[in-house]
Every structure is written in structure tokens, then in C-alpha cells.
Design a protein around this ligand. Structure first.
Ligand code: SF4
Ligand code: SF4
Length: 88
């Protein structure tokens, strides 16, 4: 479901993207840097993949370019509850 979301259109696509964060699988990453090269806001996605850390970055547009371009399928969107409204 995670990656499928970026290929959907309309409100569902935006809902998926706004609730997702790019998460790497360092075991699949070959450090080619294609993800970083294609990021429109110059986030060093490769470095995140090296460290195995999700891209939690205030400039990330959740545009999906890095996920779509990775030749190793090492990146995916993972749901986050960052934007979930909490009951008080
Ligand atoms: S494009 Fe994929 S394989 Fe290449 S550095 Fe980025 S995460 Fe690693
Ligand atoms: S989702 Fe888009 S903005 Fe965010 S790290 Fe990947 S390419 Fe960059």
C-alpha cells in the first residue's frame, strides 16, 4: 500500500503523501546517489539511506521522486502519525 499511494491521483494521493515519510532499507541501498541527485529540494537522501534513518526534514515535499527513481527499491513511504490530530 505504501508505494502504491504515490501513483494514485486526486485527494487520496495527497492524503497518502501528507501522512508519509520516506524510509530507507539500508540493506538494499548501493549508495549510488540517484535519490539525492533527483531531490528537488536538495535533501541528501543517500545519507539517510546510509544511516538507515527516515527522511524527517522540514523541506521534504513528499513528492516521491526519490522513491520512484531508486533503482534498488530501497526507499518507500511509511505512514507517520506526525499529522494526526490528537484528542485532548
Ligand atoms: S537511489 Fe536508492 S540505492 Fe541509490 S543511494 Fe538512493 S536509496 Fe541508495
Ligand atoms: S520525497 Fe521528494 S522532497 Fe522528499 S526527500 Fe524525496 S525527492 Fe526529496
Amino acid at each position: 500500500m505504501a508505494i502504491l499511494g504515490i501513483f494514485q491521483r486526486g485527494p487520496i494521493k495527497h492524503a497518502v503523501l501528507s501522512s508519509g515519510q520516506v524510509t530507507p532499507d539500508p540493506a538494499r541501498c548501493v549508495q549510488c546517489g540517484i535519490c539525492t541527485y533527483n531531490c528537488p529540494v536538495d535533501i541528501d537522501v543517500r545519507a539517510h539511506a546510509w544511516r538507515g534513518e527516515p527522511v524527517i526534514h522540514s523541506h521534504c515535499l513528499t513528492c516521491g521522486e526519490c522513491v520512484a527513481r531508486c533503482p534498488r527499491g530501497a526507499l518507500r513511504f511509511e505512514k507517520t502519525d506526525l499529522f494526526t490530530r490528537r484528542e485532548s
